[in-house]
Ligand binder design. Structure first.
Ligand SMILES: Nc1ncnc2c1ncn2[C@@H]1O[C@H](COP(=O)(O)OP(=O)(O)OP(=O)(O)O)[C@@H](O)[C@H]1O
Length: 268
């Protein structure tokens, strides 16, 4: 049993001689967004692949939504993956399919009826503010719009867990911010648990410093937290040399005196 939505217990994984993860333990509480940082090649994507069961650890245990998935068979993993939405760097859309077909992909595969698919696709596209793009092809969309379509697709099936693999990479700051705001909405309004891999410290600031609520007129309000009150449902983890260098809330992260973390924060 695990009290976490995602938990790693003493996970080790090597590729040949290279130890990528060397006794990594951490947990993501239900409703929490854990920002996973670390230099290039420190194993961030590897962590996401382990959560999805695309890789197996050499030792240690991995729990997803209260289940020990470490020794799951392929068919058990297929069922488990339905609880997880995955948002990739480039949106990873199928170029030959329309936005409607991309977002509804899982439902078409499951043989859902057309009316249900359209209703769901429209609802997901409304969430990312792109209902008007439903009949467009990916080539007609900007980079930011493609990412948002990728998020809409990840939301089909109402996953309890969303994994973000550098969803803001290569985007201009305002567009990157809209992606972070979607992650905030999912965290605060839908109670989604997430691992959010990013290199961009700006993403971490936006996620930790803001929260989403529903305003008096039913509209979504994303507001800055009162000064000095970082959002406790945003936590950080920094990987280095196969180990967890730091795990904690935003204050622990910003106030760390570890020289590597300071360079990473580019504060000194
Ligand atoms: N299938 C594999 N076979 C061999 N080595 C691998 C494999 N997958 C990853 N690696 C190695 O493991 C290390 C960690 O890779 P990973 O992609 O998890 O890093 P990352 O932190 O996501 O990096 P980046 O920030 O550059 O995306 C790298 O040195 C990579 O070359």
């Amino acid at each position: 049993m695990s009290e976490y939505a995602i938990e790693f217990r003493d996970v080790c994984l090597a590729f040949g001689e290279q130890k990528v993860l060397d006794g990594v333990s951490f947990g993501v509480h239900p409703g929490e967004t854990k920002i996973l940082m670390g230099g290039s090649g420190t194993g961030k994507s590897t962590v996401l692949k382990l959560v999805l069961g695309l890789l197996k650890p050499d030792s240690g245990r991995i729990f997803v939504d209260n289940e020990d998935i470490t020794d799951f068979s392929e068919s058990q993993l297929t069922v488990m993956r339905q609880k997880i939405g995955m948002v990739f760097q480039e949106g990873a859309l199928f170029d030959s399919l329309s936005v409607y077909e991309n977002v509804g992909y899982r439902l078409f595969e499951q043989g859902a009826d057309e009316e249900e698919i359209e209703e769901t696709v429209r609802r997901m596209l409304r969430f990312v503010n792109l209902e008007q793009a439903i009949n467009k092809m990916p080539s007609e969309l900007s980079g930011g719009m493609r990412r948002r379509v990728g998020i809409a697709r990840a939301l089909v099936g109402n996953p309890k867990i969303i994994l973000y693999d550098e969803p803001t990479a290569g985007l201009d700051p305002p567009t990157a911010r809209t992606i972070c705001e979607l992650a905030i909405k999912l965290r605060d309004l839908e109670g989604v648990s997430s691992l959010f891999v990013t290199h961009r410290i700006q993403d971490a600031v936006v996620l930790a410093d803001h929260h989403a609520t529903i305003g008096d007129d039913g509209e979504v309000v994303i507001a800055k937290n009162p000064r000095g009150q970082a959002d406790t449902s945003t936590q950080f983890i920094m990987l280095r040399h196969g180990k967890v260098l730091l795990e904690g809330d935003a204050d622990t992260f910003w106030n760390s005196t570890d020289p590597y973390i300071r360079t990473f924060l580019e504060l000194d």
